[in-house]
Design a protein around this ligand. Structure first.
Ligand SMILES: *[C@@H]1O[C@H](CO)[C@@H](O)[C@H](O)[C@H]1NC(C)=O
Length: 457
């Protein structure tokens, strides 16, 4: 009795599972296994991930045909690439066919080396034929702007290609004379269709930017061949600090019409020396990974006249005290700059001066304190201390003497703090203890510490 029951149950089970298996096969053939790309879902609708992948694929095929020297510059995609292996595996499981390029954002951005591409309108035509809608954003060529000419030619700065409400941004990188790559801000014209793209979400274009030349590697991401920066985290770091300020050529020219540039041989010689010195300083501090910016008169020179104030006789730079390293003096000495004086200490009012040929380099260390930033000054013969107070600022790139160099982004506030509202009028007699608008008396160093805190060589 028991034996018969078991056999019957077994047969019934086999019958049931066979029916279920047949049903599965039927269902699969009828609903799932439609012709077309396998990533299509059963209803034939594309998911957002599919759209992103297909759009990028289509774009990359076109870019390859027209030999666009591109690399992936999308912050979200590159972040996925740079994250640790564990996070990547997680994503691979969730989005097996598109784990890097499908970022969940309706944009993918690429950078284009404009100097390596002969502008080919055929590319845009072909893109249109493939169904892309196009928006080309142009701007004045800053490489042509100078004190002599202000009329830059219009050059392409960004391509936006739209397909299925999905945007590919192509950012043009131009090589500038300071040996860096520059990209322009994205400025919409009055007649631009503001619904063309989610402009606020774009990675590039809020400001102009400067980047070092990137080493690239060719790789396969989600089945597509694409170039990426070799050191992705380095690239992302640079991008976060890329904002670039163009010199105010127009205002500088007006200034120089009122106060013409001194073109005496001494003055030209001084500019040449400053250029050499600044390039050397940038080399030393970049190697030490210490950010610095143009300060005091050197900053004023860049801001007011896009050059060096020839009667200033020295070069001033600022460094945040948190970036101080004890090997800085040795690094300058090794590069042939001799220490001239050292005032103060790391905890208070540190200031270093070096000599290169007959040009003095002043390095002021800046201390952050609430909503102000200050640097100190010391009078060697009296031990008197001074304090120069600035509103807080962030750092931007700029170009001076064919060097990519930082300046405070809020340059006007910085210069006004230091030189007052009349910074636009040259002052030849300048007393560092009383002339600056932002100088404050700050006591006297205790005489017992002078030997330590006031070192003159
Ligand atoms: C990438 O750049 C960072 C600095 O941003 C550096 O610390 C790191 O060593 C670099 N990685 C490689 C593999 O070169």
């Amino acid at each position: 009795m028991l034996r018969v029951n078991r056999t019957v149950v077994l047969l019934l089970l086999i019958a049931c599972s066979s029916v279920f298996l047949l049903f599965q096969l039927y269902y699969y053939r009828k609903y799932v296994n439609k012709p077309g790309p396998h990533i299509l879902s059963q209803t034939g609708h594309l998911t957002t991930t599919d759209v992103q992948w297909l759009t990028v694929k289509k774009f990359l095929a076109l870019a390859q045909r027209y030999r666009l020297p591109l690399f992936l510059a999308d912050t979200a995609a590159l972040k996925l690439l740079s994250q640790d292996a564990l996070r990547q595996r997680d994503r691979l499981v969730r989005e097996p066919h598109c784990s890097f390029l499908c970022t969940g954002r309706p944009i993918t951005s690429f950078a284009l080396h404009a100097n390596l591409w002969k502008y080919d309108p055929g590319f845009l035509l072909a893109a249109e034929q493939k169904g892309f809608q196009l928006l080309t954003l142009t701007g004045k060529d800053p490489r042509l702007a100078s004190l002599d000419t202000l009329s830059g030619e219009e050059i392409p700065l960004h391509f936006l290609l739209r397909l299925h409400d999905y945007i590919i941004q192509v950012v043009f990188l131009y090589e500038r004379s300071g040996n860096y790559m520059w990209f322009g801000a994205l400025r919409l014209r009055a007649d631009t269709d503001r619904s063309f793209a989610p402009f606020r979400q774009l990675d590039y274009g809020r400001h102009a930017g400067a980047l070092d030349r990137q080493e690239l590697v060719l790789t396969v991401l989600d089945g597509l061949d694409v170039r990426v920066p070799q050191n992705v985290s380095r690239f992302l770091y640079e991008l976060r600090h890329a904002r670039f300020l163009e010199c105010r050529y127009h205002d500088a020219r007006n200034f120089l019409q009122l106060y013409p540039e001194d073109s005496s041989p001494q003055s030209l010689d001084f500019r040449r020396k400053v250029k050499t010195l600044l390039h050397r300083v940038a080399q030393i501090l970049t190697k030490l990974d210490i950010p610095f910016w143009l300060s005091s008169g050197t900053c004023l020179g860049w801001f007011r006249q896009c050059s060096v104030i020839s009667y200033s006789r020295d070069v001033d730079i600022g460094i945040f005290i948190v970036d101080f390293r004890s090997d800085i003096i040795a690094a300058f000495r090794d590069a042939g700059l001799s220490l001239k004086h050292k005032f103060g200490k790391v905890e208070d009012s540190l200031e270093l001066s070096f000599l290169s040929e007959d040009v003095k380099l002043d390095i002021f260390f800046f201390y952050e304190d609430g909503d102000i930033v200050w640097n100190g000054g010391t009078q060697a013969k009296s031990g008197r201390k001074f304090k120069y107070v600035f509103p807080r600022f962030s750092l931007c790139w700029a170009e001076l003497l064919e060097l990519k160099v930082r300046v405070p982004c809020e340059t006007l506030d910085y210069v006004t703090a230091n030189y007052g509202a009349t910074w636009n009028i040259p002052v030849r007699s300048w007393d560092w203890k009383s002339s600056p608008s932002n100088v404050r008396e700050n006591g006297v160093w205790p005489p017992s510490e002078w030997a330590e805190l006031i070192q003159v060589y």
